[in-house]
Design a protein around this ligand. Structure first.
Ligand code: SF4
Ligand code: SF4
Length: 474
């Protein structure tokens, strides 16, 4: 277990948090979490932010740009659309660069702001805390009631509560799987699965069912285990967090030594810190950790412990912020928050990568493919003494419109292209192939192998792709 906030000099003996994760008991069995409901400033902000993200997530599949969805990750047909721009396997380079940029961004974000993404923007946390947990609170009550219900033997009340809860859990999972699929196959294909006879979409419907069962399993049973044991991003925290990282931290300088609250007591004079050992920060934690032990990999930065502690501090008349967003340096040395050299380095790399990405995307051609000299066919000399080479072309239209293109010589300009057949319009996402001759006067050649340039032009005669190849003279 990784601990970055230094272990406070405290008077407690329990060090078991170092031996195992919070959701596992001494025998290695999973401990079911019963987080207490907690309202507060951060909870409200997270709700506003989370529900706004959910709204965007649900609306996006319906938004179309140039007849295409705004986002599509169609792995089966190897077609990816990002902000309305279509990417094909030929664009793997862009995709790879995008992924590298994304990883650097995540690393930078985590180095500076810790696991902020997990608590505020991760779909797992948003669905779990803002939908599933709410359903649970509504049907089974707060933590003590839920614990009592689970301890009870099966009776009518328990039966209807559990049944209703799991029906709703599955219904939400079904909605999420539809949403998920809409990003994979597009909303139109999803509508077809929903409206056409079932027999026509057995595979689609089976996928939908499989996804919904998987989501149901994740949110009804796996829950925080995804964050503590499965998510690779969570595992990366140990190498990314440092003493300059902004994390949710307990101010042990102010809080220790912790002691129960006594009315009208001068805690400072009594040698007591501000932590009144009420355990509320632990009770509300969805991953069951005690943040007073320092930053732990289970912490998803949900900020519920801040709300809980602030509430307690207010109740006993002590200043808020005993648990807050802070760096280790801020707490230990009262140093202001600043960017480290590592974070600055990441920012520079990120800016360079974003610049390269932007340039490449601006220069990205709507037509891609190959123009190659035809192997096997050497050269042919025409009656008027000119030399001919045969070439093949394969062109793919990566834009959202049909493309009427022409193939013309660029270098040497005086050489001619003789198409075999005609060049058809390339339909949207379509593909054409064919052959043509390059015919050249001997005076234009440079030895046995002359480098030449052939261009593909759009209907406005704008060069959209340039190919370099060779012209043979033997
Ligand atoms: S320690 Fe606090 S911020 Fe971290 S998961 Fe628990 S309640 Fe959320
Ligand atoms: S909620 Fe605050 S006062 Fe209570 S135990 Fe946690 S840190 Fe201490």
């Amino acid at each position: 277990m990784e601990t970055h906030i230094e272990k406070p000099d405290i008077n407690k003996k329990d060090e078991s948090f170092r031996d195992r994760i919070s959701t596992v008991d001494e025998k290695g069995k999973r401990k079911w979490m019963y987080p207490k409901y907690q309202s507060g400033k951060f909870h409200t902000y997270r709700q506003i932010f989370g529900y706004t993200l959910l709204l965007i997530l649900f609306i996006t599949p319906f938004i179309k740009y140039d007849g295409e969805p705004l986002f599509l990750l169609d792995v089966v047909h190897r077609k990816f659309i990002i902000f309305g721009t279509v990417f094909y396997p030929q664009d793997f380079f862009y995709f790879g660069l995008l992924m590298i940029t994304f990883v650097i961004f995540i690393a930078l974000f985590t180095v500076v702001l810790g696991r902020l993404f997990c608590g505020w923007a991760c779909p797992q946390t948003i669905f779990m805390e803002l939908i599933y947990r709410k359903i649970e609170y509504l049907i089974e009550g707060d933590w003590k009631e839920r614990m009592a219900l689970d301890k009870q033997k099966m009776n009518f009340t328990k039966f209807w509560k559990k049944t209703l809860k799991h029906i709703l859990f599955y219904a939400v999972a079904f909605v999420i799987s539809n949403l998920f699929l809409s990003y994979l196959i597009g909303i139109d294909a999803l509508k077809k699965i929903a409206t056409d006879p079932l027999s026509e979409h057995i595979a689609g419907f089976t996928t939908l069912l499989a996804f919904s069962l998987a989501f149901y399993g994740v949110f009804a049973f796996l829950r925080e285990q995804v964050c503590t044991n499965i998510c690779p991003y969570g595992r990366m925290q140990g190498v990314l967090l440092g003493k300059d990282t902004l994390v949710i931290a307990y101010d042990y300088v102010r809080g220790e030594p912790r002691a129960k609250f006594k009315k009208n007591e001068d805690r400072k004079a009594a040698g007591k810190g501000d932590c009144i050992n009420c355990h509320q920060c632990v009770n509300v934690c969805p991953t069951g950790i005690d943040i007073r032990n320092g930053t732990q990999l289970e912490c998803i930065n949900c900020a519920l412990c801040i709300d809980a502690c602030n509430y307690m501090m207010e109740s006993v008349g002590l200043p808020k912020g005993l648990i807050r967003y802070a760096t280790e340096y801020q707490i230990k040395e009262n140093k202001p928050f600043k960017l480290t050299a590592r974070a600055k380095g990441y920012i520079v790399v990120l800016i360079i990568l974003l610049g390269i990405m932007g340039l490449l995307l601006m220069k990205r051609s709507p037509v891609d493919g190959t123009i190659l000299r035809s192997y096997g066919f050497l050269t042919e000399t025409t009656k008027d003494g000119k030399i001919k080479n045969l070439y093949t072309y394969k062109l793919l239209n990566k834009s959202n419109h049909p493309q009427k293109v022409s193939i013309e010589m660029i270098e040497p300009n005086d050489a001619k292209i003789e198409l075999i057949g005609h060049l058809p319009v390339i339909e949207k996402e379509g593909y054409i192939e064919g052959s043509f001759f390059v015919v050249m006067d001997k005076s234009l050649t440079k030895g046995m192998k002359t480098p030449i340039e052939i261009g593909v032009f759009d209907e406005n005669h704008k060069l959209i792709k340039k190919y370099k190849t060779n012209f043979l003279t033997f």
